[in-house]
Unconditional design. Structure first.
Length: 94
């Protein structure tokens, strides 16, 4: 089983809508090779996506010695994950 990679996949669409509802900005859908999703894909039969804040190629970015995230970005991500989880499980966001 491969990681979910198609934008029209229902799980990807759920997270796109959830993010846009949570933060009021368009979602940026990209790919990344920096992941351990291969382990999930190998041992678990479940759709798998990577979702979160992106801080590549900036001071304090991902996997840098001084790595950090802004609290606002963390809260937006958390709200989007909550929205996506509720929607995926059949609860209305309204």
């Amino acid at each position: 089983m491969e990681a979910v990679s198609k934008v029209r996949n229902p799980l990807v669409q759920t997270f796109i809508v959830a993010y846009e509802s949570a933060v009021g900005r368009p979602a940026r859908v990209t790919g990344s090779q920096m992941s351990d999703m291969g382990m999930v894909n190998r041992y678990v039969v479940s759709p798998c996506i990577m979702f979160g804040m992106s801080r590549w190629r900036v001071t304090g970015g991902a996997h840098e010695p001084d790595e950090f995230i802004e609290v606002q970005s963390l809260m937006e991500c958390l709200q989007a994950v909550i929205y996506a989880t509720l929607d995926w499980c059949g609860f209305s966001l309204e």
